[in-house]
Design a protein around this ligand. Structure first.
Ligand SMILES: *[C@@H]1O[C@H](CO)[C@@H](O)[C@H](O)[C@H]1NC(C)=O
Ligand SMILES: *[C@@H]1O[C@H](CO)[C@@H](O)[C@H](O)[C@H]1NC(C)=O
Length: 739
């Protein structure tokens, strides 16, 4: 049936279907007569046996859920919304009215979306292809069975925390179809509420910006005449046995899609071995955030040359040689660029007539992505953990029942991995198992990179999941990124005791290092809890713009939680690493105090004690940058009554002998000083450190006669306002300066 006959036929049947109705459909869920309109969208999903979406708006979010504003930031503006409470455990759909083939130019769907709360698992955009002759009729008449097939065009799993993000999808189909926005409830959190909202939906003819399906032409890609020998061609199916693809990428992955073309190099005569063809993208605009180039490559043939991908200022990468099978594989590469860029594909002929190389489905998505296939990038760290641990060394599995660190898939008690895909597969990720009974509090395990030379500043990005299912347990454990330089370790990122019920994005700058370094991602066991710390989708990309995320994972090199060591602090009088209990030390068995970091027994803080003899001991910080103001915060505790006990902090400027007291307490001046050997409590302390003209060191000095001081979680917070002195200075305390 030709498209011209269909509207006529439909008119005769009394149902008006304009064949291109899906093309110009736009919906911003605006208000009309006090109601949020849903345009031409189908809100009743009963014919598909799905639950339904409805109209929502920010001003009623407390009543029926949804984000607090629409995508334009207005509290009165509307949006389409799926609410977990309405889903009855089923997917919820909002669909477009059935429309005809997209034609070879395809469509770009753009929309804004927002997801929030625990109850929702993911949002998908599905292509619903109808097998009914007249889908409109079948949708409106329940006695006519509805037949359709589904293809996932786009999927998003993690929450946007109620904020709005933009998305776009290019697709093409020959068939009568609808587009469905599908929200799925999360079976892990059935008691909770959750929502998915969509706004500003627009369909435009042609591919989205920077995307190309090669179904009609090369979109904005250009064949160059610049230092190459021939041009890329467009194809639909290879006519040579043994080389080139049988189908384009989308149809080969999903046999229900029957159409589409691709770009390829035709290696037939007159091509000679070594001939080169270059295909150049349109100019990609600079973006503030890193983005991901995704495309699919087919290298089928017995006589392949190579396919290289490059951007002007980067060395080229060889994407593949001689894979020989008729198989489309996904290639992806992160780009962080504050300048305009172009992508160049350069294919060379191996053996004349037997080396067609093909390219399809080019798209650009927000955020970094681990480079694929493994080994095509300079990156040493990229890993999805789907097939292995890439170049990360993992400790051997323990011979006991549990391993603290291992590669796992989601189960009914572990969350699924983070890796995004249009297709269903078993995702895997790295898990630090906090249930592992053989592991003591503060014990750690690490996944470690090969030894590297960091010749350019780069950004290490990954996704973290940290949770315990004991809701009241705020102490979970810690995850940190440590740079291991031979004898010296420096923590550059540390997240501890933070509960997440979703994967969260994390990143940290890896500075240029003249010395060889290994990067370690270290999990630290907290107290005994049921829970896990997950790590997935590591991507390392060149960039000097890489602020620490989440910001709560920021660390200064002089911070220390004293889990196992003094970090970069030194104990005065310590020689050759020998520390005695006469000085500040790390207790291994302390029955009066749990550590402050994890509230766990067995040490994990610094300790100085004496029994009827005068003791004095100091620890000294590493050199501290004088340019920055810091709010120095820490926790301390005093145990047993002691007239003479005193704890002080001095500043020693570079090259000067003067010691400036910046903070000091005497036990006898504390409110509620200790009276007996009752269980001790941690007290919070803070003091503002003004900027200095030079680098300086801080010294923590403890004095005891018949008692103890304990100290934990020294943290330097840069540039914090409102850093008042705690405990406040007591007037009677003035005499402390001179003893
Ligand atoms: C619904 O479809 C059935 C079966 O084709 C038909 O008999 C009936 O008349 C239809 N109803 C309407 C309201 O069109
Ligand atoms: C540095 O970190 C690595 C990896 O976690 C660890 O094996 C090593 O013992 C640490 N070295 C020092 C000196 O702390």
């Amino acid at each position: 049936m030709t498209p011209w006959i269909r509207p006529l036929l439909c008119l005769l049947l009394g149902v008006v279907v304009w064949p291109t109705s899906v093309i110009s459909q736009e919906c911003s869920f605006n208000e009309e007569d006090g109601e949020v309109t849903t345009c031409d969208l189908v809100m009743d999903a009963a014919p598909f046996h799905r639950s339904s979406w409805r109209a929502g708006r920010g001003s009623t979010y407390l009543w029926q859920g949804g984000p607090k504003t629409d995508a334009q930031g207005s509290t009165t503006g509307g949006y389409g919304m799926a609410n977990v409470a309405d889903m009855a455990g089923k997917e919820a759909w909002m669909t477009t009215r059935p429309g005809e083939s997209t034609g070879p130019e395809g469509r770009c769907i753009s929309f804004s979306f927002s997801m929030g709360q625990l109850g929702v698992d993911f949002l998908e955009v599905l292509l619903v292809s109808y097998d009914n002759e007249n889908p409109e009729e079948a949708l409106s008449n329940s006695s006519i069975p509805l037949h359709y097939r589904l293809t996932t065009l786009w999927r998003r799993r993690q929450t946007t925390s109620g904020l709005w993000e933009a998305a776009q999808i290019t697709y093409s189909t020959q068939e009568q179809h609808s587009i469905a926005f599908s929200a799925s409830p999360d079976p892990h959190f059935i008691k909770y509420r959750g929502f998915v909202a969509v706004d500003d939906i627009a369909f435009n003819v042609g591919p989205c910006e920077n995307e190309c399906l090669f179904d009609k032409d090369l979109c904005d890609w250009k064949n160059t005449n610049d230092e190459d020998d021939f041009d890329w061609s467009l194809g639909w199916s290879s006519d040579k046995l043994g080389t080139g693809p049988a189908k384009d990428q989308a149809s080969s992955i999903d046999p229900r899609i029957t159409t589409g073309g691709y770009a390829y190099i035709d290696s037939a005569a007159p091509r000679l071995s070594g001939d080169i063809a270059r295909l150049v993208s349109e100019v990609l605009q600079p973006r503030e955030q890193p983005f991901c180039l995704k495309f699919w490559v087919n290298m089928h043939g017995g006589g392949l040359g190579s396919l290289r991908y490059r951007r002007p200022w980067l060395n080229s990468r060889t994407l593949g040689e001689k894979t020989q099978l008729d198989f489309w594989y996904l290639c992806q590469q992160t780009v962080a660029s504050d300048q305009e860029s172009q992508v160049v594909f350069e294919a060379s002929v191996g053996l004349t007539g037997a080396g067609d190389i093909s390219l399809d489905s080019f798209r650009v998505t927000d955020g970094p992505c681990p480079s694929q296939p493994v080994g095509t990038s300079r990156s040493w760290g990229d890993c999805t953990f789907r097939a292995g641990t890439c170049k990360w060394y993992i400790p051997a599995r323990s011979p006991y029942d549990c391993s603290f660190l291992s590669r796992v898939a989601g189960t009914h008690y572990d969350p699924p991995g983070h890796t995004e895909s249009w297709y269903h597969f078993t995702d895997m990720y790295m898990k630090f198992d906090l249930n592992c009974y053989t592991i003591q509090p503060r014990e750690s395990a690490a996944m470690v990179s090969p030894e590297l030379k960091l010749t350019e500043a780069s950004c290490l990005s990954f996704w973290v999941f940290m949770f315990t299912n004991v809701a009241t347990q705020i102490h979970v454990g810690a995850l940190k990124v440590v740079l291991v330089y031979g004898e010296r370790n420096e923590t550059v990122w540390r997240l501890q005791n933070q509960q997440h019920s979703h994967w969260h994005y994390a990143q940290v700058l890896l500075p240029v290092s003249p010395d060889p370094v290994q990067v370690a991602i270290v999990g630290v066991q907290g107290p005994k809890v049921t829970g896990m710390i997950g790590v997935d989708d590591i991507t390392v990309f060149p960039s000097s713009q890489c602020p620490v995320l989440p910001s709560s994972a920021s660390v200064e090199k002089q911070d220390c939680t004293f889990d196992h060591n003094f970090c970069l602090w030194k104990v005065e009088g310590e020689s050759a690493g020998r520390v005695t209990t006469d000085t500040w030390h790390l207790p291994t068995d302390n029955r009066v105090l749990k550590d402050h970091t994890f509230n766990a027994d067995g040490g994990g803080f610094v300790y100085l004690f004496s029994f009827r003899s005068k003791k004095e001991s100091r620890i000294t910080s590493p050199k501290i940058d004088g340019n920055s103001a810091y709010c120095l915060t820490f926790w301390f505790s005093e145990i047993y009554e002691d007239e003479d006990a005193k704890l002080s902090i001095f500043r020693v400027r570079d090259g000067e002998d003067d010691e400036e007291v910046v903070w000091s307490v005497k036990q006898k001046h504390l409110t509620d000083p200790p009276v007996s050997d009752q269980r001790a409590e941690w007290r919070y302390a803070q003091v503002l450190l003004e900027p200095q003209s030079s680098e300086y060191e801080l010294v923590v000095e403890g004095k005891v006669y018949d008692s103890s001081w304990a100290l934990d979680d020294i943290t330097f917070i840069p540039d914090r306002d409102n850093c008042k002195l705690i405990p406040a200075k007591d007037k009677d305390d003035e005499d402390t300066e001179d003893d």
